[in-house]
Design a protein around this ligand. Structure first.
Ligand SMILES: Cc1ncc(COP(=O)(O)O)c(C=O)c1O
Length: 200
């Protein structure tokens, strides 16, 4: 039984898949299992976005959905950020975060590749760049355990292998992956274009 469940976060599918059974135990059986999502600092909808009605697609064709979002026409910087470049978050995971029933953290590009390389060396599995976000959070939480002198069971979702992502790892080893964080001005500019109603 985990103390902490961690998953990378693009739109929320793999996060929901691995955490929801444990959240049920929190709600129904009084467990206190922390569920943490990991997103890139270059596309930080959960950690720096707003909870507002928005479209799920860039074309604005879906119904308006209550979600954490950076704005449906948000375009991430042309940097790697794994595959986690979607502007928003699924409705249910958004509500869970709003209600403080889950947690969200963000990691920059370099931090996640470092984590991915460490994992590959330790486990013999090359993780997908998406998955490396979760691994970075696992390492941070494991280090906290060390500092606090406690033992916690951490479950995480290795949501994909990186066998088709050698170019990304090559870029990392050649120094072409850069640390990137969105400025508040960039986030404000994207959100200023979001003319949808507030959630009452
Ligand atoms: C391997 C992998 N993991 C995770 C994701 C993120 O999606 P989601 O958060 O919906 O699971 C993607 C998105 O393309 C992916 O390719």
């Amino acid at each position: 039984m985990p103390d902490i469940v961690i998953a990378p976060f693009g739109g929320g599918s793999n996060f929901a898949g691995i955490t929801f059974p444990f959240l049920r135990l929190n709600f129904e059986k009084g467990k206190n299992i922390r569920c943490i999502s990991s997103e890139p600092t270059s596309c930080p909808k959960l950690t720096r976005g707003v909870f507002k009605y928005d479209f799920g697609d860039t074309g604005g064709m879906t119904p308006l959905l209550p979600m954490y979002t950076l704005g449906h026409d948000f375009v991430p910087a042309p940097i790697h950020a794994g595959g986690l470049r979607y502007h928003g978050a699924g409705v249910i995971v958004s509500q869970l975060l709003k209600d403080k029933l889950i947690e969200a953290v963000a990691h920059d590009n370099l931090e996640v590749f470092e984590a991915g390389v460490l994992f590959a060396k330790a486990e013999g599995i090359i993780p997908a760049p998406e998955a490396t976000h979760g691994i970075a959070t696992v390492i941070a939480e494991a280090n906290k355990c060390k500092e606090e002198g406690v033992s916690r069971t951490i479950l995480f979702n290795l949501c994909g292998h990186g066998n088709f992502d050698m170019k990304a790892y090559d870029d990392y080893f050649e120094g072409r992956i850069v640390k990137h964080e969105l400025s508040q001005e960039q986030i404000n500019a994207s959100l200023a274009r979001l003319n949808t109603p507030d959630i009452p």
